[in-house]
Design a protein around this ligand. Structure first.
Ligand SMILES: *[C@@H]1O[C@H](CO)[C@@H](O)[C@H](O)[C@H]1NC(C)=O
Ligand SMILES: *[C@@H]1O[C@H](CO)[C@@H](O)[C@H](O)[C@H]1NC(C)=O
Ligand SMILES: *[C@@H]1O[C@H](CO)[C@@H](O)[C@H](O)[C@H]1NC(C)=O
Ligand SMILES: *[C@@H]1O[C@H](CO)[C@@H](O)[C@H](O)[C@H]1NC(C)=O
Ligand SMILES: *[C@@H]1O[C@H](CO)[C@@H](O)[C@H](O)[C@H]1NC(C)=O
Ligand SMILES: *[C@@H]1O[C@H](CO)[C@@H](O)[C@H](O)[C@H]1NC(C)=O
Length: 665
């Protein structure tokens, strides 16, 4: 049968089926009256946060550098001094570093050539910006090579931008693309350009998106004109030389040639607004609409191609480097083999005061509070592990290698993974989660005062300011939750206070910016610590896991009328365990062994990244991929394939409901 091309309605039915099955939460007897949790909340200390942040960000510390190893020792030492069992788990992974970069713009009318500076300039009042230790600006895993050709402006470099160019009769084939940052993951900007036939890519920071045409960042929060956003252009996850398994010393590795198949095949460079101005000013050709106009002061942006031509040269080196994940383990008193994991990455592009070390400072401040609880006699029911990841910036590498190494253990033992990457870049709480954790997250924010208005809670401000949906989902590849959720199926949360953060991945994300704009009194950071820690404490300490899968409300409602909680306890501690295991394992059922079609590392069939933007979170990404293919080829087979993907998704939803029910059919 030829499936009518309206599978989106089927998708909606499936989504509502899932929504109705993903909320259930054990009722009120489990509200939080644990005195240790109150002590935790009242022990926040902004001076501790500030001190750790200052230490962690004193030097540039990109993954693989000696300075980043020092931050690993700093975290290890902090954990040890607080009397936690702490250890380091190293991996050997393939990272890249720049050896040579140049970008020349030539103007045929005058035969003039301008060599762009590719330098981020020191700013007055910001001693950090004078560092000589920062890596030159580059894209991690960029292709080594040279691209000489006419420049062409492609806006954000999305598929729709190329479609518009095509409708104007313009092609980027053989050209060097100029794209502005924003909207999609930079690796997808490079990949889209490559697929359209471009030979090189220059990505710049436009003042319209990141501000700062005139001002130095010490006066305003914007990106200074010479600021450059660094970052990886690799679209995979984890060490590219060990796809799907852990990069332990002496392990199997892909041959160089095979590994490079997974990396970009055309060179790219990130540049500043200041350097981009030279190129934008040199473009002629048609004007596009307002959507394509940026903030550089050149009059109107034209598309080209040319007449300005670019000579982009990039030489990078790929090296096997040692990276270091650091852990503190707090053993549970009752169920030591069940784990609540809290994670943050430690490696930065340069100083990383916001991204990621505001999160590292929050984690170390939490560690101090937990050590205080321990001194007062607290031991969690379940184990808690604090995880400090390395090499996240290169492709979520430290966390992914660890998940791959421990995947079988993880499947049966981990209750939830709670991620904080950037803890604070400004005012306003933001969170994403798998749905069974929504409720717990909301409750935690009701226990914490808004650091910017002490007459209300974080929750009050959050719901007032929040664009619906209040809580995002975690299908995207933006941070270290990806391997836990998308590869294994572990319930997860990601959160932080997020304000405008134009200095993202630049030299100017440093302690001066944090103190001035991000979190002047470090009270937002303490608030993140309170919410993050409280969610962890409740997952670790409550007898029944506070997950809300509401379709099972009726089932458990009946049990409740029966005095189920005390019955569970009286009859057998193993029944408590059984119920908790069902709650813990239900999410795993969404992870299918075969994974998404064509990207099988991604096992989770309900949440995953968009194929065209790794930052974009999608529900039922496999169905979306199939529909896209169906729309473009419109064959009977392609629509049958959509149907197959819908069946697969509905099967994992049924599996999850069976796991929750806990009985064989
Ligand atoms: C579970 O979540 C649903 C949907 O968000 C909500 O209406 C309900 O109150 C929650 N149940 C409990 C016990 O928190
Ligand atoms: C540019 O250089 C070419 C080759 O050297 C020369 O023929 C041409 O006259 C020059 N044009 C201008 C405007 O100087
Ligand atoms: C930069 O300064 C100039 C001159 O003061 C002004 O005309 C221009 O609008 C400013 N640009 C931005 C983006 O603020
Ligand atoms: C392009 O730039 C490279 C590196 O600066 C330089 O060696 C090469 O001669 C340039 N090529 C042309 C055609 O200008
Ligand atoms: C602080 O919160 C109170 C209570 O919600 C509200 O009335 C007040 O307007 C808030 N103040 C600011 C500055 O937002
Ligand atoms: C801690 O917060 C208080 C109150 O907001 C503030 O006065 C103090 O300066 C902060 N300490 C640090 C180190 O920022």
């Amino acid at each position: 049968m030829h499936l009518a091309p309206c599978p989106t309605s089927v998708l909606l039915i499936l989504a509502s089926l899932l929504c109705s099955t993903t909320y259930f939460r054990l009722p009120s007897p489990f509200s939080d009256d644990n005195p240790y949790h109150s002590l935790f909340l009242s022990s926040g200390d902004n001076a501790t946060t500030a001190r750790h942040l200052l230490s962690l960000t004193s030097r540039p510390h990109t993954a693989g550098t000696p300075a980043n190893y020092i931050t690993a020792l700093y975290v290890l030492n902090t954990f040890s001094l607080l009397n936690f069992q702490a250890h380091v788990t190293p991996y050997k992974v393939s990272l890249t570093y720049p050896i040579f970069r140049s970008l020349d713009a030539s103007f045929p009318a005058t035969n003039a050539t301008s060599s762009l500076s590719l330098q981020q300039e020191p700013c007055q009042g910001d001693p950090y910006s004078e560092t000589l230790e920062a890596l030159p600006t580059f894209h991690a895993y960029a292709k080594t090579g040279q691209a000489i050709g006419e420049a062409i402006y492609v806006n954000y470099g999305r598929e729709r931008d190329y479609a518009l160019l095509k409708s104007m009769g313009l092609s980027v084939e053989g050209k060097v693309v100029l794209a502005r940052y924003g909207e999609i993951f930079r690796g997808d900007i490079v990949n889209n350009a490559m697929e359209e036939g471009a030979i090189g890519v220059v990505i710049y920071t436009d003042p319209k998106d990141y501000g700062g045409d005139n001002s130095s960042h010490t006066e305003a929060r914007w990106m200074p004109p010479s600021g450059v956003q660094m970052g990886a252009v690799y679209r995979g996850i984890g060490d590219p030389s060990t796809p799907g398994w852990a990069s332990i010393e002496g392990c199997e590795r892909l041959e160089r040639e095979n590994m490079e198949k997974g990396l970009p095949s055309i060179p790219s460079l990130p540049i500043s607004a200041k350097d981009a101005k030279v190129i934008v000013a040199g473009l002629e050709g048609p004007l596009v609409d307002e959507d394509w106009q940026g903030g550089i002061d050149v009059g109107a942006y034209r598309v080209g191609p040319g007449p300005v031509t670019l000579n982009l040269t990039y030489i990078g080196e790929l090296k096997e480097m040692k990276i270091h994940n650091v852990f503190a383990v707090i053993k549970g008193a009752v169920e030591p083999d069940r784990y609540v994991l809290m994670g943050n990455h430690r490696d930065a592009w340069i100083f990383g005061a916001v991204d990621p070390n505001s999160g590292t400072a929050a984690m170390l401040e939490i560690a101090q509070r937990l050590s205080k609880l321990q001194k007062r006699g607290w031991r969690p029911r379940r184990s808690i592990i604090l995880c400090s990841w390395d090499a996240e910036e290169y492709g979520l590498i430290g966390s992914t290698e660890w998940v791959e190494e421990n995947s079988e253990m993880m499947g049966s033992k981990v209750v939830a993974y709670l991620n904080v990457d950037t803890a604070v870049s400004g005012a306003g709480f933001h969170a994403s989660a798998t749905p069974q954790l929504d409720h717990l997250l909301k409750e935690a924010t009701q226990e914490v005062k808004d650091p910017d208005n002490s007459s209300r809670t974080v929750y009050d401000s959050w719901i007032e300011s929040g664009d619906p949906p209040l809580i995002g989902r975690l299908g995207g590849g933006g941070s270290d939750y990806a391997a836990f959720l998308q590869h294994i199926g572990i319930p997860a949360v990601d959160m932080g206070f997020k304000g405008a953060f134009p200095v993202y991945h630049s030299l100017y994300d440093n302690f001066v910016w944090m103190k001035k704009f991000g979190d002047p009194s470090f009270q937002r950071n303490v608030a993140v610590g309170s919410i993050w820690g409280l969610v962890a404490l409740r997952l670790a300490d409550e007898e029944f896991l506070p997950f809300n899968y509401s379709a099972y409300a009726s089932e458990l409602h009946a049990l409740e009328e029966d005095g189920w909680a005390s019955r569970f306890r009286k009859e057998n501690a193993l029944l408590v365990r059984d119920l908790n295991d069902r709650l813990m394992m239900a999410e795993r059922a969404f992870a299918d062994p075969d994974g998404l079609f064509g990207r099988s590392w991604h096992k989770h069939l309900v949440y995953g990244p968009s194929k065209h933007n790794d930052y974009g979170s999608r529900s039922f990404p496999g169905i979306e991929d199939a529909i896209e293919e169906g729309r473009s080829s419109s064959t009977r087979e392609s629509w049958a394939f959509v149907q197959h993907q819908i069946w697969r998704a509905s099967r994992v939803v049924s599996q999850a409901s069976l796991v929750l029910r806990g009985d064989f059919t």
